[in-house]
Design a protein. Structure first.
Length: 365
């Protein structure tokens, strides 16, 4: 970044902070806004945006990390599948150190299980084609990754690769926001809506927040100025008695999203009730393989599972719901750190606890 660009950005941030202070004064009461994207969480922390907000205006993090919201039971099933002879388990790297009821995937690999890190579902498909072994891809993600999973399934079908399956674990963001609006432990006055997810879903997928629940939202990008503009928009709506979903990321986000990706996902998946860490079961918040693709569904393989058990003392569930900030967990910066993570929110690169530990713990608001 050039010196002139840096000065312009600092001036823009300072101007937005002044306008936010003016809007907060007009509002005349405290307000809590939530960002629900892991990339936003880390951008907020890296820029120190929480510390720039006026007293009474709180920015909290929600369930923006797909690895973090993946429940223990999913990992227990994945580990059970890994014990089956001739099975290769493929996963994104962030999932390797997340605790299950027993061990992590990383520990299972150290014990001799064939667990491999891949960078896309297609990498797992290539392993299935090259090895001839049963390959199970851990299909964890939000709307942004689901089209790539569907594309891998389509390629497996077209190429006649019978030994490729997925363990469905995809999550849908809008139903989780509905659960947050209905959470009695949390009062949210507006949402900073996820930019990447909105590219796929379109911003109209979030209209229900304003139209049915009187909670405004702003789709924003990832620069500090983008995020502060979103906070200002929510404050001005609150202060003016308005309530709408506003798209402030119009260069990439449209009202309806990506219909081609949506059609590909719909070919293979249907919405289903699903469990989220910290939330329990949320109706229609997951994606299950349609019955005609049952031969690709590793969740149908019978395995013996232990009773699900969260790490003792971990409060990741409350962090994911925005009920507490990470320092309120007794494990934070004690037994739980990025070097020795206890909970999923510290493990994942998109996790809220990881963001706070790396960027906010010395000067958090």
């Amino acid at each position: 970044m050039t010196h002139d660009r840096l000065l312009r950005d600092r001036a823009a941030v300072a101007g937005l902070v002044r306008r936010i202070a003016d809007a907060a004064a007009r509002l005349g009461r405290p307000a809590t806004y939530m960002e629900v994207c892991g990339t936003h969480t880390h951008a907020v922390a890296a820029a120190g945006l929480r510390r720039m907000l006026p007293d009474g205006i709180r920015l909290v993090s929600g369930p923006g990390c797909p690895v973090c919201v993946t429940p223990v039971g999913y990992l227990d099933r994945a580990l059970a599948l890994a014990t089956r002879p001739g099975t290769v388990l493929c996963t994104f790297g962030d999932l390797m150190r997340v605790p299950s009821s027993t061990v992590t995937l990383e520990q299972a690999r150290a014990e001799g299980r064939d667990v491999r890190i891949v960078y896309s579902p297609r990498d797992a498909l290539a392993i299935a084609q090259a090895t001839g072994q049963e390959v199970v891809f851990l299909a964890v993600g939000f709307e942004t990754t689901t089209p790539t999973i569907a594309a891998a399934l389509a390629e497996a079908e077209a190429s006649g690769i019978p030994n490729f399956q997925i363990l469905p674990g995809s999550k849908l963001v809008p139903p989780a926001l509905l659960a947050l609006v209905d959470d009695p432990d949390l009062e949210v006055h507006g949402f900073l809506l996820p930019g990447h997810v909105s590219v796929l879903t379109g911003w109209e997928a979030f209209r229900f927040l304003a139209e049915e629940h009187d909670v405004p939202g702003a789709v924003v990008g990832f620069a500090p100025t983008d995020i502060l503009r979103g906070v200002l928009e929510l404050l001005e709506q609150n202060a003016g008695g308005r309530c709408a979903i506003v798209n402030l990321y119009g260069t990439v986000v449209s009202p309806q999203g990506n219909p081609t990706a949506a059609a590909l996902v719909e070919r293979f998946f249907a919405p289903a009730d699903d469990s989220w860490r910290g939330f329990g079961e949320i109706p229609h918040s997951g994606l299950a393989l349609r019955p005609e693709w049952a031969h690709r569904d590793a969740s149908r393989i019978p395995v013996v599972l232990p009773p699900p058990r969260e790490p003792a003392g971990c409060r990741c569930g409350e962090v994911l719901r925005g009920v507490i900030d990470p320092p309120e967990c007794p494990l934070f910066d004690a037994s739980c750190s990025p070097a020795t993570p206890v909970g999923a929110c510290m493990v994942s690169s998109e996790g809220t606890c990881s963001a706070w530990f790396r960027q906010e713990r010395w000067g958090s608001a």
